[in-house]
Design a protein around this ligand. Structure first.
Ligand code: C2E
Ligand code: CA
Ligand code: CA
Ligand code: CA
Length: 279
């Protein structure tokens, strides 16, 4: 038993060591990743239920590290946020997503909309208004072609100033979605004060929607609340035809998930659109 205990201890130790090393690699590597062009945006389609058309796309960042391979944003975005690097990285994401949207429009899509994820620090320190305006201006697209996804955690701090910024950007024509809706705090309170356009129902409620009656009830309730407030809904994490059918029955406006398509490189997304039908 004693030796087993020691083995377990050593195992944990090595595991922790490995994780610490990886964290360090991420922190060090992240600083150079922008200038070394190691980031790429992947795009995941969003489908409108009533028309069956692809009406938008979410841009999701990928990091291709020479030794670590593809690093998931779930492991490097928190590091980027803690170090402040999320501000320049976030600006690059905005620029790149807008450039891509311009390409889609130029290739004949009538109404391409790209959704970009924002972090709290971009509001606190990043001059987000300037960054967003610069991105659309230099890409030559309209604000209507860019959608901004906020998590409830962004609104938790400096609520007043975030609220004012959102209001000004909305006046310029940018649309806002609350991401991961239902997982944060005081969701309903925020809905009252934040004039957003869309709620993205968190995938934790969507995943088992066909099996779990509670999840189904929550999703149905969110759609109803949104409708009452004049907001659109999009469900993320839609993996099956059955889930999609149920969401259609609940009158959820849009869906996004592996069932329709995984996040993919821009070139592949072009081909996807040609096959599936355009924006
Ligand atoms: P998110 O914004 O909630 O993005 C949705 C995540 O769910 C993505 O993971 C996407 O690949 C994944 N997903 C989409 N459909 C399905 C599905 O049907 N089933 C399952 N199981 N998963 C699905 P990803 O790309 O790994 O991104 C993770 C998170 O990293 C994002 O969560 C977002 O919070 C953050 N992130 C990604 N790109 C950016 C970015 O450019 N800026 C910022 N600030 N955060 C980003
Ligand atoms: Ca998102
Ligand atoms: Ca989400
Ligand atoms: Ca999330």
């Amino acid at each position: 038993a004693k030796s087993k205990g020691r083995d377990t201890y050593r195992f944990f130790n090595e595991e922790m060591n490995y994780e610490a090393t990886e964290q360090l690699n991420i922190r060090v590597g992240l600083r150079k990743a922008l200038e070394l062009n190691q980031f790429q945006l992947f795009y995941q389609p969003q489908l409108e239920m009533t028309t069956g058309k692809i009406v938008g796309v979410e841009a999701l960042i990928r990091w291709f590290h020479p030794e670590l391979g593809m690093v998931s944003p779930a492991s490097f975005i928190p590091v980027a946020e803690a170090s402040g690097l999320i501000v320049p990285i976030g600006n690059w994401v905005l620029q790149e997503a807008c450039r891509e949207a311009a390409r889609w429009r130029d290739s004949g899509m009538s109404n391409p909309v790209v959704a970009v994820n924002l972090s709290a620090l971009q509001f606190a320190r990043g001059n987000i208004e300037q960054a967003v305006s610069d991105a659309v201006a230099s890409a030559g697209i309209t604000p209507q072609m860019l959608e901004l996804e906020l998590t409830e955690s962004i609104m938790l701090h400096n609520t007043e100033s975030v609220l004012a910024t959102v209001k000004r950007l909305k006046q310029k024509g940018f649309a806002f979605t609350i991401d991961d809706f239902g997982t944060g705090y005081s969701s309903l309170q925020y809905l009252k004060s934040f004039a957003v356009d869309k709620l993205k129902i968190d995938q934790s409620f969507v995943r088992d929607i066909t099996e779990d009656e509670d999840d189904a009830a929550i999703v149905r309730a969110i759609v109803q609340v949104a409708k009452g407030l004049g907001l659109k809904t999009i469900a993320e994490g839609v993996e099956t035809a059955e889930a999609m059918a149920l969401l259609a029955q609940y009158r959820c406006d849009e869906v996004q998930g592996y069932y329709l398509g995984r996040p993919m490189p821009a070139r592949q997304f072009m081909a996807y659109l040609q096959q599936y039908g355009e924006c």
